[in-house]
Design a protein around this ligand. Structure first.
Ligand SMILES: Cc1cc2nc3c(=O)[nH]c(=O)nc-3n(C[C@H](O)[C@H](O)[C@H](O)COP(=O)(O)OP(=O)(O)OC[C@H]3O[C@@H](n4cnc5c(N)ncnc54)[C@H](O)[C@@H]3O)c2cc1C
Length: 227
């Protein structure tokens, strides 16, 4: 009995569901079954959605993602992977993939309305430190979605109502879930459905960015130019 309990404690290290099993003295297999039966829906197949799905899968859960866009959503600006995020991507085994798509900016220029130009080293504007990785959101989301493979992803649909455990989808389907997680961006649909209009949670800082691709008519190379 003692050995069995000891084994359970050792197995529990690094696994939340196993920790619960050891603490409550439950048989680990029944806990594992419970994990597998927990129905989780993640709204949003973006950075947060795929990262969470990856870690849930590693813990034995089988989450479903619902993404309103018809495909993996393209676009976005650079995202800095730094600090604790570097450790996370290493543990996910995607650190080298991210190095491969590092934008490696070596210069940044800010052009004022007077056309006066301020020039910086590439790392200064992004506050990048040694080891930090800067990647385009589109590259990041592709790498994350590959890492979190083999799961149900419902594209082109969205949640319209959460009624207890019943979740209603825009295209008419109703399913039952134990947990619904909002990873659907700054104007989160799930947050709106659960807590009300997003305006009450957003605070305007007076700066807005609009990012879109253009032909490289300035001949810029590994360079950031802000007008
Ligand atoms: C100029 C600029 C610089 C930035 N720099 C950084 C940075 O340095 N570091 C950083 O961490 N971040 C940065 N960001 C922000 C970065 O884009 C976000 O951190 C990141 O994309 C957020 O991930 P997310 O998963 O929360 O949202 P998203 O990547 O936006 O994903 C949300 C997903 O939810 C989907 N969705 C939306 N509504 C619904 C719905 N109703 N139903 C189902 N799906 C839905 C969307 O289609 C999308 O796929 C920057 C952004 C900008 C504009």
């Amino acid at each position: 009995m003692f050995l069995r309990n000891l084994l359970m404690i050792i197995l529990a290290i690094g696994s939340i569901n196993m920790i619960f099993a050891a603490e409550k003295g439950q048989d680990y297999l029944s806990k594992e079954r419970e994990v597998k039966q927990t129905r989780i829906l993640i709204s949003g197949g973006g950075i947060a959605g795929f990262t969470l799905a990856y870690w849930l899968k590693r813990r034995g859960y089988e989450p479903t993602i619902i993404e309103k866009h018809a495909t993996l959503r393209e676009g976005g600006y650079k995202v800095d992977v730094r600090g604790v995020a570097l450790e996370v991507v290493k543990r996910m085994g995607i650190h080298s993939d991210l190095i491969g798509v590092n934008v490696n900016l070596n210069r940044s220029k800010i052009v004022l309305p007077s056309l006066k130009v301020f020039e910086f080293d590439g790392d200064v504007l992004g506050h990048c430190l040694e080891g930090d990785i800067e990647v385009n959101r589109w590259d990041l989301v592709q790498i994350l979605s590959k890492a979190a493979q083999d799961m149900e992803i419902i594209y082109g649909d969205s949640i319209t109502k959460i009624d207890g455990t019943f979740v209603h989808f825009e295209k008419g389907e109703t399913r039952e879930y134990d947990l619904v997680i909002g990873a659907d961006g700054i104007h989160s649909n799930v947050r709106k459905l659960a807590f009300g209009d997003s305006e009450q949670f957003l605070h305007q800082c007076g700066i807005e960015f609009c990012v879109f691709p253009v032909e490289n008519f300035l001949g810029a190379c590994l360079e950031n130019r802000l007008f």
